[in-house]
Design a protein around this ligand. Structure first.
Ligand SMILES: NC(=O)c1ccc[n+]([C@@H]2O[C@H](COP(=O)([O-])OP(=O)(O)OC[C@H]3O[C@@H](n4cnc5c(N)ncnc54)[C@H](OP(=O)(O)O)[C@@H]3O)[C@@H](O)[C@H]2O)c1
Length: 147
């Protein structure tokens, strides 16, 4: 049986490149991101490598959506071997122009998003006795210009 990886933020950039790399190395892949058309396009590219792919539109800020992602992935593949926590956004600009909503979006995605996936998947990893969690580092991704 091929191993399976879940990758968040997998519709473009580092997430998509990581998905293609895992597929190339024989993994089934679960792709998650919010916008479904771009996600499906990424899924097609991974499928073209001959791997089984599940693309699940998910907002990692929402713990209920993340729970569904994990449940669907396990129902489909039975066993998950690796979680790549990659979904992230960044805010850029003079810090005095950041709204509270800007800060909340970044923290809710880059911090809580990671906690939601770990919280949902860790019980399965502990039950099956193995599993790996990879964090793509982004320093909370607030690039502020301070004068
Ligand atoms: N590229 C860099 O130089 C760099 C440097 C340092 C750290 N990083 C970190 O590396 C990671 C990937 O970077 P990247 O440059 O590949 O980013 P990217 O091209 O902007 O892609 C971000 C991915 O995350 C998804 N995403 C964003 N918000 C999400 C949410 N709430 N729920 C689920 N998916 C979400 C996006 O899809 P949707 O918008 O459709 O959801 C997209 O698939 C990020 O965490 C970033 O902070 C990147």
């Amino acid at each position: 049986m091929n191993p399976t990886v879940i990758i968040t933020g997998a519709s473009q950039g580092i997430g998509k490149a990581t998905a293609l790399k895992f597929a190339h190395h024989g993994y089934n892949v679960v792709l998650a991101a919010r916008e479904s058309d771009r996600l499906e396009a990424a899924a097609s590219e991974v499928r073209a490598l001959g791997r089984e792919v599940l693309a699940i539109s998910t907002d990692v800020k929402d713990p209920k959506q993340v729970d569904e992602l994990i449940k669907k992935a396990i129902a489909h593949f039975d066993k998950i071997d690796i979680l790549i926590n990659n979904a992230g956004i960044f805010a850029f600009g003079p810090v005095e122009e950041f709204s509270l909503n800007d800060w909340q979006q970044v923290i809710n995605t880059n911090l809580w998003g990671y906690i939601h996936t770990i919280n949902a998947l860790l019980p399965y990893f502990l039950k099956q006795g193995n599993g790996k969690i990879v964090k793509v580092i982004h320093h909370l991704s607030v690039y502020a210009l301070i004068f």
